[in-house]
Design a protein around this ligand. Structure first.
Ligand code: ZN
Length: 126
């Protein structure tokens, strides 16, 4: 077949023109188009992942930790569900003293930017 970019005669089995490197057959043209659509679709998903409205607020998370840390509220807020449940369990086992201290320290760390600077999805806290 003939390459429609450079006009060279390319063997029918080739996917790419050996002279200019562009794709040659009609079938491949559609493949190319599908790849493009896939990329567009992926970008749409990415857009949802990095939705600005979904970013967690550092001050909110920190204050939740300081005041409601015993219940792991700041952990649930940031999406760390397992750690939130762990904090509730520690609180129950220590009459809320252990969980409260844990949450309080974590809350301060979040506010001071020394620990837990990203949420469970890996997004930076704003
Ligand atoms: Zn060519």
């Amino acid at each position: 077949m003939i390459c429609n970019k450079c006009g060279a005669d390319v063997p029918d089995v080739s996917k790419y023109c050996m002279f200019c490197g562009s794709r040659v057959s009609k079938v491949n043209y559609y493949e190319d188009n599908n790849e493009k659509k896939d990329t567009e679709r992926r970008n749409v998903y990415r857009g949802i992942d990095f939705d600005e409205g979904d970013l967690k607020n550092k001050r909110t998370a920190g204050l939740l930790g300081v005041f409601l840390g015993a219940f792991g509220v700041h952990r649930f807020y940031l999406g760390y569900t397992g750690l939130g449940i762990a904090q509730i369990i520690v609180s129950l086992l220590t009459c809320f003293i252990g969980g409260a201290i844990w949450g309080f320290v974590e809350g301060l760390c979040i506010l001071c930017d020394t620990a837990i600077t990203v949420d469970a999805n890996g997004n930076e806290l704003e």
